[in-house]
Design a protein around this ligand. Structure first.
Ligand SMILES: [Mn+2]
Length: 357
């Protein structure tokens, strides 16, 4: 990480990230401490010479796994002293308004004393949109874990199983394959529940003819995957097939458009045009996709509401859906890496045929 270049770009002498009561994922972005540790109450100080980590003795071993200068404190006054020292002589200090709480900000100001503080949240967001090789390899592994799990999940679908039970199995299967956490709470929706895009899971029992919609992701070394597959338990009806293949066509259209230079807005518009040209007009009630990375919703992605020129190294989800209240819904979601002349789909579980379990 060329910290000198970043600081020049943000027009600051240093950046302070506080991983306090509010977790700031930028702590991991700058320190690349991706392998263990919680780092609560720790600072990352980005300077021209590199990144300094100020952390407690509880996390000394984890902190030293990285390539940063590490300073260990035992008490909060030692922590204050280390922060003050690391920012000595800095005139303009960048902070992240998106996450830093007002009380933590006041604390930092008190410790540091005379300095100008500048919000660099927008700049960091910009940098984070473009993933480097290390970040892409983590996302790829997270995507691989989720894809393998999507493939085996039909084995665990049986009549009468409850949504939360199948969601628990899904979690186990991810952890077994090396996930360190869920990317987010799994959505496991049976039958009519699949018509609600942000349903979680409940006591609904699986019965013949149900849609089974699972939207889930793995976290691997702090980076996330996010995918959705929809199945039918038993034999699919004509209506179910029609919904499924309409969504599939829309999703393939969306993916085919992904490449550097394309506006994410246009992808969303085209995908919705396709769905709106069928009898399911107006049934896609969310945007086509979002950026993916350290956060599951890492940045604006494919939305008709916002311009986003896709660039090489971005990772976006492509996840159209059709939702029919009282009946059910289908969503198909993959994670896609933007390249100069096209894209690479990182998730790979089967989807070309509606799977009847
Ligand atoms: Mn998603």
């Amino acid at each position: 990480m060329d910290t000198k270049k970043l600081l020049e770009d943000a027009e600051v002498d240093a950046i302070v990230i506080y991983n306090g009561n509010n977790e700031d994922l930028n702590f991991y972005y700058f320190t690349r401490l991706l392998d263990g540790g919680i780092f609560e109450g720790s600072y990352a100080v980005v300077t021209e010479e590199g990144v300094k980590v100020i952390t407690s003795i509880l996390e000394e071993q984890s902190a030293k796994k990285g390539n940063n200068e590490v300073y260990i404190f035992n008490t909060s006054s030692e922590r204050d002293e280390l922060l003050k020292k690391s920012l000595k002589g800095m005139n303009t200090i960048g902070v992240n308004y998106d996450v830093l709480s007002l009380s933590d900000f006041n604390k930092i100001k008190k410790v540091v004393g005379e300095a100008n503080f500048k919000d660099v949240s927008g700049k960091i967001q910009e940098w984070r949109m473009i993933k480097d090789e290390q970040e892409i390899s983590m996302i790829k592994e997270a995507a691989k874990i989720a894809s393998e799990v999507a493939e085996v999940m039909p084995d665990f679908m049986k009549e009468g199983i409850r949504e939360y039970e199948l969601a628990a199995r899904l979690g186990y299967e991810m952890f077994k394959r090396g996930a360190e956490d869920f990317a987010f709470t799994t959505i496991m929706a049976f039958g009519e529940n699949s018509a609600e895009p942000h349903y979680l899971s409940g006591a609904r029992k699986l019965k013949k003819g149900d849609f089974v919609l699972m939207d889930f992701g793995a976290r691997y070394h702090r980076y996330n995957s996010d995918m959705t597959r929809t199945f039918v338990f038993g034999k699919a009806s004509e209506e179910q097939k029609e919904i499924y293949y309409t969504v599939l066509e829309a999703q393939k259209l969306g993916i085919s458009m992904i490449k550097s230079g394309v506006n994410g807005k246009d992808v969303d518009i085209k995908v919705k045009e396709l769905i709106d040209s069928t009898k399911y007009r107006g049934r896609m009630i969310h945007s086509t996709g979002h950026g993916l990375g350290l956060a599951v919703h890492d940045h604006v992605g494919l939305s008709s509401q916002r311009d986003l020129i896709l660039k090489r190294g971005m990772v976006v989800t492509v996840e159209p859906g059709i939702y029919v209240p009282g009946f059910g819904g289908v969503r198909i979601e993959d994670d896609v890496l933007v390249k100069d002349d096209g894209h690479e789909v990182l998730t790979f579980a089967p989807k070309d045929e509606l799977i009847e379990v």
